[in-house]
Structure formats: C-alpha cells, structure tokens
Write a protein that binds this ligand. Structure first.
Ligand SMILES: [Zn+2]
Length: 128
C-alpha cells in the first residue's frame, strides 16, 4: 500500500534515486531496474553486448559503461592515479569528468553527437 510522503517544512526538497541504497543515480542501478522490467527473452544480459550489432570497439565501450568501469578522470582519481585538481572534463574543461557527465550532461559532447547525427541522419538531438 502506498503511503503519503511526510513533508518537512524546514528542509529543502531534494531528488533521491530510489533504486540505489545511497540515493544517488548510477548507470548500474538503472540497468538492473530496466533489466527487471523486460521480458525474459529481452533481459539485458551482459553477454548480449557482444552480439555483432555494432563495431567491436563500440560494444567494448558499452560494456565498460554498463559496468561503470570507463576510465574517466573520476575513475582514475578514485584509484589514486590522478589528483582531484586534474579531474576536469577533457571536452568542456569546466566540470569534473564522470561517466554521467560525459554520457549525459557535457554540453561539448552533446554538440559533437548532434553534429554527427545531423551529418549522418539529418536529425537534431537538442531538446526543444
Ligand atoms: Zn564536459
């Protein structure tokens, strides 16, 4: 049964990703949730990444992204390879470089993808 949320008038609202125990969005928790909603024959299975639907380097990139193992600067910083000062997005030079920033939020990356799509398919990815 659903219950009404308890409102705190003395606190600011904040977004919480309910599919992660720490309340923060992760690609891994989203992938697991999506896999849970799909039919068994459609279940996202890591080996399915290796079916020949894209170039091998694209499949490998996708596999690393699904596992949250891309060598972003955030990943390198977490493993002590670079310092926090060095963790700046290689594309926009304004934000920390994380998987989510590179794949979802970086304006420079969006410009590159939009340019590629315009050239290849004549579509525009920018939201209206
Ligand atoms: Zn960026």
């Amino acid at each position: 049964m659903l219950s009404a949320p308890y409102l705190h008038q003395d606190r600011d609202d904040k977004l919480i990703w309910m599919l992660d125990s720490r309340g923060g969005y992760t690609v891994k928790s989203c992938s697991a949730a999506v896999a849970g909603f799909l039919l068994p024959c459609q279940t996202m299975n890591i080996p399915n990444v290796w079916k020949p639907i894209a170039l091998p380097k694209v499949e490998f990139f996708t596999w690393l992204a699904v596992l949250d193992r891309l060598n972003t600067k955030e990943f390198l910083q977490h493993h002590g390879i670079i310092t926090p000062v060095e963790n700046v997005c290689c594309c926009c030079q304004t934000e920390e470089e994380s998987l989510h920033h590179l794949l979802q939020h970086c304006q420079q990356v969006w410009r590159i993808w939009n340019h590629a799509c315009v050239q290849l398919a004549r579509i525009n990815l920018y939201p209206s």
